[in-house]
Design a protein around this ligand. Structure first.
Ligand code: TA6
Length: 292
């Protein structure tokens, strides 16, 4: 079933004139930008907005959208050899194609988007590929990114689903699920450190937790909710909050907005990166639910 037949999904011209999809069903509503293949909003029925989207975000081709769930692919962070290439790869800077949308037996809506190589991507990354994104909008939000190596050479990737979550107030929030896990602290010259207990969101954080498949939970007493963040096909979890000083240098984040966001990212980065043989594929999944 395509979008015009699926009553839950409506195409619209979003901010900056970017093509977007509004999804409304009995379980939730969501906003998805075809630019970046990026979920920008998810509101399960009876709940408040779960995702953070910056009030100062760019909505301009060539610039990433600050918030929701950006897709970092085929490299996470700076390009491994050429820092002039876009940070976090190009998937979040391309317009994806809507290939189908349908109502699942559960009542959730499934949107399928696709991105394949183009002259633009080949200028940045010389390899052919196919990315398929399944976004299930329901009482859970599930985002599954399947990467296929459609070329004749091995395809080395690092990647993340760079989810931004909306918080009541950062200083009062903590994250569980990372206890006893080693992380690279990028704020301490990549110092290898062991997480002990919960992670308080009360300062700048930029950590790559390695070799972990655990689910995380955001405990938010002000919004009186917990957000459960599950993942599949992922060995790294990245946690990020730029805090006050660093956000001052960011044109697309308001001076106080760091207090209302945290990123928990399902990925395969640094030594957890994946190399796909010709014809091989890998699926990276993140899934959210709100509990009380
Ligand atoms: O995931 C954390 C991180 O890699 C940080 O280092 C920080 O720069 C962030 O992503 C945002 O990157 P962006 O390119 O979206 O400004």
């Amino acid at each position: 079933m395509n979008s015009s037949e699926d009553p839950a999904t409506r195409p619209l011209s979003g901010k900056g004139g970017l093509p977007m999809l509004e999804v409304v069903n009995g379980q939730a509503k969501a906003l998805i930008s075809l630019y970046g293949g990026q979920v920008l909003s998810w509101v399960p029925r009876g709940e408040e907005e779960v995702l953070f989207l910056s009030e100062r975000s760019h909505f301009t081709a060539g610039q990433p959208i600050r918030g929701g769930v950006p897709i970092c692919w085929p490299w996470f962070g700076p390009h491994p050899a050429d820092p002039a290439k876009p940070m976090h790869g190009f998937a979040r800077l391309m317009t994806w194609r809507l290939t189908s949308s349908a109502t699942l037996p559960s009542g959730a809506s499934r949107i399928e988007l696709m991105l394949t190589e183009s002259p633009e991507t080949l200028a940045l990354w010389p390899q052919p590929f196919r990315l398929l994104l399944h976004i299930d909008v329901g009482s859970h939000l599930r985002i599954a990114l399947t990467m296929v190596n459609s070329g004749p050479e091995p395809l080395a990737t690092t990647s993340a689903l760079h989810s931004y979550f909306r918080l009541g107030k950062a200083g009062q929030v903590h994250i569980t699920g990372l206890d006893d896990t080693f992380y690279i602290d990028t704020l301490q010259q990549d110092l290898y450190t062991l997480q002990r207990g919960k992670l308080q969101v009360d300062q700048e954080i930029n950590r790559i937790y390695l070799d972990t498949a655990s689910l995380c939970m955001i405990h938010d007493p002000l919004l009186e909710r917990q957000i459960v963040v599950k993942k599949e096909g992922s060995r790294s979890t990245v946690v990020w909050n730029p805090w006050s000083e660093r956000s001052r240098g960011m044109a697309d984040l308001g001076p106080d907005e760091y207090q209302y966001m945290v990123c928990i990212e399902a990925g395969n980065v640094r030594q957890d990166g994946r190399t796909l043989a010709p014809g091989a594929s890998h699926t990276l999944v993140t899934e959210f639910a709100v509990i009380h």
